[in-house]
Design a binder for this molecule. Structure first.
Ligand code: SF4
Length: 403
């Protein structure tokens, strides 16, 4: 198959920086962005069909940020609905095979950057990207027989598409409710983000969704079955070495091997000691605030500065790249609902600040007692205001009674 730009795993990890940027789709400057993979019946997918709704790359002004919806429809006699998230995450991998094309984040956080060089070489249409996806899906995952791709760049149409995608994400996230780490025999790992973060390893348990929020325990299980030699794999638990911060012996062994020795101990549920590594795709950050001995939560879509004065981009730059940075973890937002959320640190009783929109989204998972004690940007814009608020509401961190 011939493309205008080169395509192959050698381009995974290639960054498109500001000076080389032609245009971007999605990302922090754009509200309407989404990607979704859907399994259809064999007769519902016209293999190779690529549809573009709205202006194409070549029609858009250089330097701009534009809305984008990507829908990948796949079919095959052996496909199962549970495989959809696995196929959706491959959008990230396969798009990053394209020279001068950088895909990051996922779901309704997706961010794509296209370089000037790639456009000069002929990447002037999303059709080219669609052709790459149509070529790669069945060749990398033979269980897929048909693929059709739709790109939506019309802002109104992306907005119309978004609610149905959000419903699908919610249904997927809810499947793991009630399943615990104790009752399953194995966890799953993912190293897909090693192209950008070479020592990063995601450990996905029933009570810890991936950092990108797009891979839960069921998705990890489905992915490891579909493609046993792929980026998602089975992780045996081994012996529970620390029930509080949650350290398992075999998890440590896998992390040491997959991170090429960079990390050898992983606390699954703590920001202290040896926290989970962070790639760059995380939906949110949990960060320690020493002045109040509490933990703040900052999400990718929060446009202002967090209560400690750092915007998301600054904080993300400090912890990304596959490092273990004590006091910080990248995390999927749904991890906040987990009964094991930062279990080793006091869980939600240790949380002192989060954006208002996140607090509202998590309302049904935060106890009424704690709900009014967690500050948002409306209560505190800096550490002094936060301290005052926490004292006023008698937050557990102020008396040290959070465990
Ligand atoms: S954040 Fe984790 S689960 Fe998601 S793609 Fe990256 S390595 Fe895989």
């Amino acid at each position: 198959m011939k493309f205008n730009v080169e395509v192959g795993p050698q381009f995974e990890g290639e960054r498109v920086r500001k000076d080389d940027l032609y245009i971007e789709f999605g990302g922090p400057k754009v509200g309407a962005k989404v990607e979704l993979a859907t399994i259809k019946k064999m007769d519902e997918v016209e293999h190779g069909k690529i549809t573009i709704i709205g202006p194409d790359i070549g029609d858009l002004a250089e330097g701009g940020s534009y809305p984008l919806g990507v829908q990948v429809e796949v079919a095959g006699p052996e496909l199962d609905k549970d495989m959809e998230p696995v196929f959706e995450r491959r959008i990230h991998q396969y798009c990053n095979y394209i020279e001068g094309f950088m895909h990051s984040a996922q779901r309704n956080d997706v961010w794509i950057r296209i370089s000037k060089d790639a456009v000069k070489k002929g990447l002037t249409s999303l059709e080219e990207v669609g052709k790459v996806l149509v070529y790669l899906y069945p060749s990398e995952l033979p269980i897929i027989e048909k693929v059709a791709v739709t790109f939506i760049t019309d802002s109104k149409k992306v907005e119309e598409f978004l609610p149905s995608a959000l419903t699908v994400y919610k249904e997927r996230d809810e499947r793991v409710k009630g399943l615990t780490e104790e009752v399953v025999d194995e966890f799953y790992g993912c190293t897909l983000c090693q192209s950008f973060a070479p020592t990063h390893v995601c450990i996905i348990t029933p009570e810890r969704v991936s950092l990108c929020g797009a891979v839960n325990w069921f998705d990890g299980r489905a992915a490891s079955k579909i493609d046993p030699y792929g980026p998602q794999f089975v992780v045996e638990k081994g012996e529970l070495l620390d029930a509080n911060t949650t350290i398992y012996s075999k998890v440590n062994e896998v992390v040491a091997e997959k991170s090429m020795g960079a990390s050898s101990v992983f606390c699954l549920h703590s920001v202290f000691g040896n926290p989970h590594t962070s790639c760059g795709c995380f939906e949110s950050i949990a960060f320690y605030i020493p002045e109040v001995d509490g933990v703040g939560i900052l999400t990718r879509d929060f446009s202002g500065e967090s209560v400690n004065g750092s915007p998301f981009s600054t904080m993300a730059g400090e912890l990304s790249g596959g490092k273990q940075v004590e006091g910080y973890i990248g995390m999927g937002v749904e991890y906040l609902r987990s009964p094991k959320f930062l279990k080793g640190d006091g869980g939600l009783r240790r949380v002192v600040w989060m954006p208002k929109v996140v607090k509202e989204r998590m309302k049904d998972s935060i106890s009424p007692e704690m709900f009014d004690k967690i500050a948002t940007e409306e209560h505190a814009k800096n550490i002094d205001e936060l301290t005052e608020f926490l004292n006023k509401v008698k937050h557990p961190v102020m008396s040290g009674e959070f465990s």
